[in-house]
Design a protein around this ligand. Structure first.
Ligand code: 28F
Length: 636
């Protein structure tokens, strides 16, 4: 039996504090917060492996929506703690016990990492810890947010070592009540790329899915994975170096695409907002290519000087991984996803510059291929800018006003931040939207059919595409490197399509366009998708109610009495102008979804998969993700 002494009461109070304000400990209680619980336990297993003990992590999503994570490390020590409790009991109930165990040498104290296994316990209905060590199998169980249900006891003998943790989150505290196999797979695959001696096996018992990751070639495999399906210009370049205790490891490769895709990690944790190491990397490659071009007389005097950063990053995929001692770690930004450490900039820059300089000298053919691409980017960029400037000023057939006057119905209000641009599928829906809109704040731009697939488009291609040029001019904030969301004529850009497969496709195509050419607009949270209702129900003469989706319809039907008429909207065009405004455009009633690139690389990878040349992976992906999970994953 558990004795409730003073220290136990203190512990329970600590756990209660977590349950009162989970957001303080795990950031949020949405999908992200729920999975934070998993990362918390997984990171302990990874730490043990980084320390040189064990090499395999198993993750199983169980049928009852609990999750089991195990490693084959040394096993959590099972001895008694000075408090009189077993070490595992302390680790899983005392807040910050071991707080990211000091052993690993490279801790990441930025962000929410390492809040401790006790936080997971506090937010779980059940937690079961089984430890294989000292020839014994030991088990301890908790319930209801960290209450000891069964203290540590020996339950068998074993020659194995390791730790297995199963927990069932208290789903009443979360907005989502199941784990996402895809989310776990994506994150663990990333870990496997970063730790070449790690093997991860993930299972979903409910769906009979399984994945296994092990990448002996680490970052090189990571970049190959990012560039899968693209036409690459050369083998992956991989270099590393250490200065002042900072370890730099980088893999990079150019492809024929026009995208730039740089991902960075510090102590195996992703730095989503970049920071000093990325800045150093970018400066390093820009210098190395410019020096090489000059030394080999490849930049002609009159064509106007250096290649800029944008030019040398066109078509570049790179993964940057740094190991920084804890005492030198600095993180910035709201989510602490940006590295601040100043030394990381100069060290990454000099290691990049020296390594690349050497590589280019040794690999003339590759150097010329990349430089040729960068020069073309420079020329295209300059031509595009000139064309845009001419269009902005001009009055001729290419003038901005002329191009827009044909299609755009402007908002009359002058407070740009309050104005909204609706990109509407089809002229008929566009017509309805024009008729009944808030004239002051809402502008309408109808789109004809499918827009250009921008996966492979260059800035020049956009300039010669009437529809995309209309969008560009309507927003009025430039394109690509010149784009600045502060110049946007609209605070919200809203994609409004039919709720069918074609509509979804148009959404993906438009998101691809914005992702490639106006990414800061997405980052600023200014891109949205409108959600037209799927059904309306009419009850006698009491008027209509609108129903968002099938789930809501089922719920509603249960409450309906007497006669009623259900109508399914096949498209925006089936609604009259009033209905369209009331359900989908009126800020009081509409349900907008914000397009959110939490993981640009993933989106990039997906867009590539869905939009690229290869048909098979696209089919496979769509088959695996029915119900258009894609849209969902672009959003929070
Ligand atoms: C499924 C999750 O949590 N694995 C872990 C270890 C190993 C040790 C340890 C963990 C000791 C005193 C803190 C073993 N032997 N997987 C895991 N494996 N924790 S968590 O020690 C915890 C510290 O307080 C371990 C020797 N030293 C450390």
């Amino acid at each position: 039996m558990t004795k409730y002494d003073a220290s136990s009461i203190k512990i329970l109070e600590g756990l209660e504090a977590v349950r009162k304000r989970p957001g303080m400990y795990i950031g949020s209680t949405d999908k992200k917060g729920l999975h934070h619980l998993v990362w918390e336990i997984v990171d302990n297993a990874i730490d043990e492996i980084i320390n040189g003990f064990g090499d395999t992590i198993h993750i199983t999503i169980n049928k009852d929506e609990s999750i089991t994570i195990s490693d084959n490390g040394r096993g959590v020590p099972i001895g008694m703690h000075e408090s009189g409790k077993s070490t595992p009991e302390v680790i899983y109930t005392v807040l910050h016990a071991g707080g990211k165990f000091e052993t690993s040498g490279y801790k990441v104290s930025g962000g929410l990492h390492g809040v401790g296994a006790s936080v997971v316990n506090a937010l779980s209905k059940k937690m079961d810890v089984t430890i294989y060590t000292d020839g014994k199998i030991s088990n301890i169980r908790f319930c209801n947010g960290g209450v000891v249900e069964s203290p540590l006891k020996t339950i068998g003998e074993t020659k194995k070592t390791g730790t297995t943790v199963t927990f069932l989150p208290d789903y009443e505290m979360f907005k989502q009540s199941s784990f996402s196999y895809t989310t776990i797979v994506e994150r663990m695959q990333e870990s496997a790329f970063l730790l070449p001696n790690l093997t991860v096996i993930i299972k979903d018992e409910a769906d009979n899915k399984e994945a296994k990751f092990h990448y002996e070639n680490g970052l090189v495999s990571f970049v190959e994975y990012i560039n899968e399906g693209k036409k690459v210009l050369h083998k992956v370049i991989n270099y590393n170096g250490t200065k002042n205790d900072i370890e730099v490891n980088i893999a990079m490769q150019y492809s024929e695409s026009y995208n730039e895709n740089i991902m960075s990690f510090v102590n195996n944790v992703k730095t989503s907002d970049g920071g000093s190491h990325e800045v150093g990397f970018k400066t390093g490659i820009t210098k190395a290519f410019n020096d090489y071009a000059k030394n080999n007389n490849l930049i002609k005097g009159n064509s106007g000087g250096n290649l800029n950063g944008e030019d040398v990053r066109e078509g570049l995929s790179a993964v940057i991984s740094l190991k920084i001692p804890e005492r030198m770690l600095q993180f910035e930004g709201q989510t602490k996803g940006k590295l601040g450490t100043p030394e990381a900039r100069s060290i990454t820059e000099s290691i990049t510059y020296e390594s690349l300089k050497f590589f280019l000298e040794e690999n003339k053919e590759i150097a010329l291929l990349i430089l040729d691409k960068a020069m073309k980017s420079k020329i295209a960029r300059e031509a595009a800018r000139k064309a845009r400037e001419a269009a902005r000023k001009g009055t001729g057939k290419n003038s901005k006003e002329r191009i827009l006057s044909e299609k755009l119905t402007k908002a009359t209000g002058k407070d740009y931040s309050k104005n909204e641009l609706f990109l509407v599928e089809g002229d008929s829906a566009g017509g309805s939207a024009k008729t009944h809109r808030n004239r002051e704040t809402q502008a309408i731009l109808p789109l004809r059919g499918k827009v250009l697939n921008c996966e492979k488009a260059s800035t020049h291609d956009i300039e010669s595409n009437a529809e995309l040029k209309q969008i560009e001019y309507a927003i009025g904030a430039g394109l690509g490197a010149d784009f600045d969301p502060k110049d946007s004529n609209y605070g919200k850009v809203i994609i409004m399509t039919d709720a069918d497969v074609d509509g979804s496709h148009i959404q993906i195509l438009l998101i691809t366009f914005f992702y490639r050419f106006m990414r800061p607009l997405i980052e600023a949270g200014m891109l949205y998708i409108a959600n037209p209702p799927l059904y309306s129900i009419e009850v006698g003469n009491k008027g209509k109610i609108y129903i968002a989706d099938d789930n809501e319809l089922e719920e509603k039907k249960k409450t309906m009495k007497g006669n009623y008429k259900i109508q399914r909207f096949k498209g925006l065009g089936e609604m009259n102008a009033d209905e369209l405004y009331e359900t989908t455009m009126d800020p009081q009633n509409r349900r907008l979804m914000r397009v959110n690139l939490t993981d640009a690389a993933l989106a990039e990878k997906r867009i590539h998969l869905l939009m690229g040349d290869k048909v098979e992976p696209r089919k496979e992906w769509i088959n695996e993700n029915v119900d258009f999970t894609l849209e969902d994953d672009f959003r929070k």
